[in-house]
Every structure is written in structure tokens, then in C-alpha cells.
Design a protein around this ligand. Structure first.
Ligand SMILES: O=P(O)(O)OC[C@H]1O[C@H](OP(=O)(O)OP(=O)(O)O)[C@H](O)[C@@H]1O
Ligand SMILES: Nc1nc2[nH]cnc2c(=O)[nH]1
Ligand SMILES: [Mg+2]
Length: 182
């Protein structure tokens, strides 16, 4: 285990199993509905990059993957409260079935902003597949159709999740020692 991590919450194997479950659920829910056109999986860069790569390989139906980069945390452990679009989607999602792949729902600001933004583009439907949902007080009300794990209200890193751009490459998800960011 990395020396800056106090506890592993979800191992590489735990993650692989849950991602496979989510992929199977999405396949079951959308295969007939979306038909040959398939779905658009929107990866929320940068945190959801690793998760999205694994998730799309667990979905057994036609799909497109597109990327949107948003950021609200900067290099800290608290949301700035302002979500900024750093990179927009490359394709039009009008009339498409969209599944947003997000690594974590914490304050809920990022996802509420994204859902509103994508809804204004006229997709056929939007759902959210978040790997983690944190038990955060006063979390924004975000409807997540697929949730991998719920996690405690601690700052976590690994499997795409960073602190100041580090730790994204850890294969597991763990709690960052508070002395690293205090
Ligand atoms: O529910 P919220 O409180 O909005 O937090 C969740 C968001 O915060 C992180 O992204 P961040 O803004 O740190 O950018 P990153 O994905 O590039 O790491 C994480 O990847 C989620 O997208
Ligand atoms: N790395 C990381 N990013 C987050 N963004 C929102 N919550 C978290 C968290 O607990 N860890
Ligand atoms: Mg993110």
C-alpha cells in the first residue's frame, strides 16, 4: 500500500467486480432501447478516465465514447463551488441515449451542473453511472441510476482519483492520510 494512504477501501478486485456489474446492468437496460445506434458514454475527465476505460469494455452493445473535461477542485480537497468546462464533447448528443461515467459524487455540484448542461442539448435520455457515491452532508440531489460503491466522507484517492494530480495511478481506492493535505 502507498505510504500516503491510511486504508484501502476498495481493492483492484472489488473494483473490477463492481464495474463488471455496472456494465452488465447498462447492457441489460439499453441494448434493446438504443438499438443499433447504441449509447454515448460520456467520460468526465480527468477523474473518470480509468473507470470509463474499464466500464466500456464491460458493456456488450454498440456505443460511442466521448469526453468532457470539467474541474471544480483545483489542487485542493474542497470543491471551489464553481464548475468549469475545460473541454467540451466532440460530437452532438441530440437524440442519443447518454450515460455519464463519473468517478465520484461528493458535493454533487459537478454532476448537477453536467446533467443540466447536457439536458439542454436535447438527448433522448440521460443517466448517471457513478463508481462512488460519498456520504456527504448536504449533497445536491442527483439521480444516479448506477452506483458502484457508497463511501465514507473522507478524502479518497486512486483508480483515477487524485490529490493535486497525484495518486491517480494507484490500482485501488484508499483514504489519503489527512497529514498529506493539512
Ligand atoms: O460532487 P463534486 O463535489 O462536484 O465532486 C466530484 C468531482 O470532483 C472530482 O473532479 P475534479 O473537479 O477534482 O477534477 P478531475 O476529475 O480532473 O480530478 C471528481 O472526479 C468528480 O468529477
Ligand atoms: N480525489 C478525490 N477527488 C474528489 N472529488 C470530490 N471528492 C473527492 C475525493 O474524495 N477524492
Ligand atoms: Mg472529475
Amino acid at each position: 500500500m502507498h505510504q500516503d494512504v491510511s486504508e484501502i477501501l476498495f481493492s483492484e478486485q472489488d473494483i473490477a467486480e463492481r464495474v463488471a456489474d455496472i456494465g452488465a446492468a447498462i447492457t441489460r437496460d439499453y441494448k434493446e432501447l438504443a438499438g443499433p445506434a447504441g449509447i454515448v458514454v460520456v467520460c468526465v475527465l480527468r477523474g473518470a478516465a480509468m473507470y470509463t476505460c474499464d466500464l466500456i469494455r464491460a458493456i456488450d452493445m454498440p456505443l460511442e465514447v466521448d469526453f468532457m473535461a470539467v474541474s471544480s477542485y483545483g489542487s485542493g480537497v474542497k470543491s471551489s463551488g464553481v464548475v468549469r468546462i475545460l473541454k467540451d464533447l466532440s460530437s452532438d448528443i441530440h437524440g442519443k441515449h447518454v450515460v455519464i461515467a463519473e468517478d465520484i459524487l461528493d458535493s454533487g455540484l459537478t454532476l448537477s451542473y453536467l446533467i443540466k448542461n447536457l439536458e439542454s442539448r436535447g438527448p433522448a435520455s440521460i443517466s448517471v453511472a457513478t463508481l462512488l457515491r460519498k456520504n456527504t452532508p448536504n449533497q445536491a440531489d442527483v439521480n444516479c441510476r448506477y452506483v458502484g460503491f457508497t463511501c465514507p466522507d473522507k478524502f479518497i484517492v486512486g483508480y483515477g482519483l487524485d490529490y493535486a494530480e497525484h495518486y491517480r495511478n494507484l490500482p485501488y481506492i484508499g483514504v489519503l492520510k489527512p497529514e498529506i493535505y493539512q
